[in-house]
Design a protein around this ligand. Structure first.
Ligand code: PMT
Length: 415
């Protein structure tokens, strides 16, 4: 994570901070302070419920601008009308975004100033959800979140952890410093500014019974490093990730899944304009999942397995497919197998790495790696290094090939 002194991309930016009702509203004060420190111009709009948790006076003092609350306020409208305010914003960040606010936004309501501004603005909208875990997991909230994502609203968080209500689970607002990182990354002008990129990472788990599963040693590090490198280049990154315990890189939308089937569904919801399959997806799953824990009785147990869906091949076969990059994890004949996968799945690029004994200090669950890149008619060796450095180099090659291929071949998804 960046330090609070490294938010240089915020300088001079117009950020409209929306604060809706919830206990996390008190964190808005620190957020405003950080945005100002980064050099942003901040105007705060609060919902009526928000002012039950933090006073407009506090946010006014910190932002240096009057805080707006009412839609029909002649004094404020005379100074800067709400449509002007909507146009002024380069980014609308709503933090915290309550379940109620998300529902109103998803429904397209214009029943208060903040919801109206969100409808009236052309600026990107970012929401930092904050609510009780049950409310976050409720089907209605999840459907609202999906609707908003489809409309290009970026959801950052929520994080998991202890909640004000004493429960624990997903629903905590990201910390102000994390939100500052997200805003800073948002304004990073880079070669992938505005490009939607989806990356898979980590292992999948294929259930055998309620307590056992088939999986592998992937830690998610390589995929997370790619997500961070792509976000730093300005891409809007979705990270679809199997069970791993790594913090989400700044500015990245994370979707947690368990099985290959779930990963496929999450990927197909938006494969992006660039898709990178770094996950170690289980190739087989048990044909049947036992309803109860399998008892230790027979000296031997045979389990019938069936193929999981091939996520990479499915994406590569889409009609309006993204620029598609696969990985190949090999224990022998690296180039031969990787090139075979490149061709068989019709990929734009493949990054091959050794796993098992020949991986040295690279491959699964390690800090380092080495990659052999192959694309139709070319290739390049990326020598051993830490996964973050490798991811940056890999992403530079992806950008070069993406721009070249996209110029020549319009079959890749474009906005
Ligand atoms: O997570 P780390 O600990 O950092 O380790 C990184 C890594 C070794 C997992 C990573 O660098 C890597 O090699 N990822 C791909 C692992 C893999 O499953 O390789 P594969 O050769 O079996 O699969 C080929 C490609 O098809 C991969 O892009 C894979 O994501 C994809 N695939 C495979 C099976 C399947 N059902 N669906 C898929 O999309």
């Amino acid at each position: 994570m960046m330090s609070e002194y490294s938010h240089q991309n915020l300088a001079g930016r117009h950020i409209l901070l929306g604060v809706s009702g919830g206990i996390a509203a008190y964190k808005a004060a620190e957020l405003v302070r950080g945005l100002k420190k980064g050099g942003a111009e901040v105007r705060v709009v609060m919902t009526r419920a928000a002012s039950e948790f933090v006073t407009p006076m506090t946010l006014q003092a910190l932002s240096g601008n009057p805080v707006r609350q009412a839609l029909f306020d002649p004094a404020h409208e005379a100074a800067m009308g709400h449509i002007e305010l909507a146009r002024w914003a380069e980014l609308v960040l709503v933090a915290p975004a309550s379940a109620g606010f998300m529902a109103r936004l998803a429904a397209g309501m214009a029943d208060d100033l903040l919801a109206t501004l969100c409808l009236a603005t052309e600026a990107p909208i970012m929401l930092a959800p904050a609510m009780n875990r049950q409310m976050w997991q409720a089907q209605a909230t999840q459907e609202n979140a999906a609707t908003l994502r489809r409309r290009e609203v970026q959801l950052v968080g929520p994080a998991e952890g202890e909640q004000a209500c004493g429960e624990s689970g997903p629903g905590r607002m990201l910390e102000p410093l994390q939100l500052l990182d997200v805003c800073n990354t948002h304004f990073a002008a880079g070669p992938l500014a505005g490009v939607r990129l989806t990356v898979t990472a980590g292992p999948t788990r294929e259930a055998l019974d309620p307590v056992r599963y088939i999986s592998n040693h992937s830690s998610g590090r390589m995929g997370f490093a790619i997500a961070a490198a792509a976000a730093a280049m300005g891409a809007r990154v979705r990270l679809v990730v199997g069970p791993v315990s790594l913090p989400t890189p700044a500015g990245v939308e994370r979707i947690d899944v368990e099985s290959a089937e779930q990963m496929l569904k999450a990927v197909l919801a938006d494969p992006g304009q660039i898709f990178i399959a770094c996950a170690a997806v289980a190739d087989y799953r048990p044909r049947e999942v036992a309803e109860e824990k399998i008892k230790k009785q027979a000296p031997q147990l045979s389990v019938a397995l069936q193929r999981t869906p091939d996520i990479l091949a499915t994406v590569a076969a889409l009609e309006n497919r993204p620029f598609t990059v696969g990985f190949a994890a090999e224990t022998e004949q690296l180039e031969r197998h990787a090139r075979a996968k490149l061709e068989a799945k019709g990929l734009d690029m493949i990054a091959a790495n050794w796993v098992g004994e020949r991986a040295g200090d690279g491959g699964f669950n390690s800090e380092n790696n080495a990659l052999e890149l192959y694309w139709p008619g070319g290739g390049e060796s990326l020598p051993s290094g830490d996964k973050m450095t490798l991811a940056r180099t890999l992403m530079r090659r992806v950008v070069e090939r993406y721009k070249k291929t996209n110029g020549a071949d319009k079959s890749h998804a474009e906005d």
